[in-house]
Design a protein around this ligand. Structure first.
Ligand SMILES: [Zn+2]
Ligand SMILES: [Zn+2]
Length: 97
């Protein structure tokens, strides 16, 4: 798995517990205001499950309520709302710039 060897070289990474998509966590984790991406981006992380600790991408996590209201993503396994942790938030910030 060449891609993993490459990503492991620098910094931490997280991956979607369902489809295995990998994101690199920025070395400087932003602890500022939380970011909510209004436009769904299936390629970005939706959040971290506070119960099982899994991270899911927006393409894998069901969103409730559905758009246009700002939905919250839920863990497909536990059914609880995914938490946008500083780690997840900083990944979103990096990709939405
Ligand atoms: Zn996924
Ligand atoms: Zn869970």
């Amino acid at each position: 798995m060449g891609i993993f060897g490459r990503l492991f070289k620098r910094g931490e990474q997280v991956c979607c517990a369902k489809c295995g998509r990998v994101w690199k966590v920025p070395t400087k984790v932003d602890k500022g205001p939380r970011v909510f991406v209004s436009v769904p981006r299936p390629d970005l992380p939706a959040g971290e499950c506070p119960r099982c600790g899994s991270i899911y991408c927006q393409g894998c996590a069901p969103s409730k309520p559905p758009p246009p209201s700002a939905g919250f993503y839920h863990c497909p396994k536990c059914g609880v709302r995914l938490d946008v942790t500083p780690k997840v938030s900083s990944i979103l910030v990096t990709h939405s710039k």
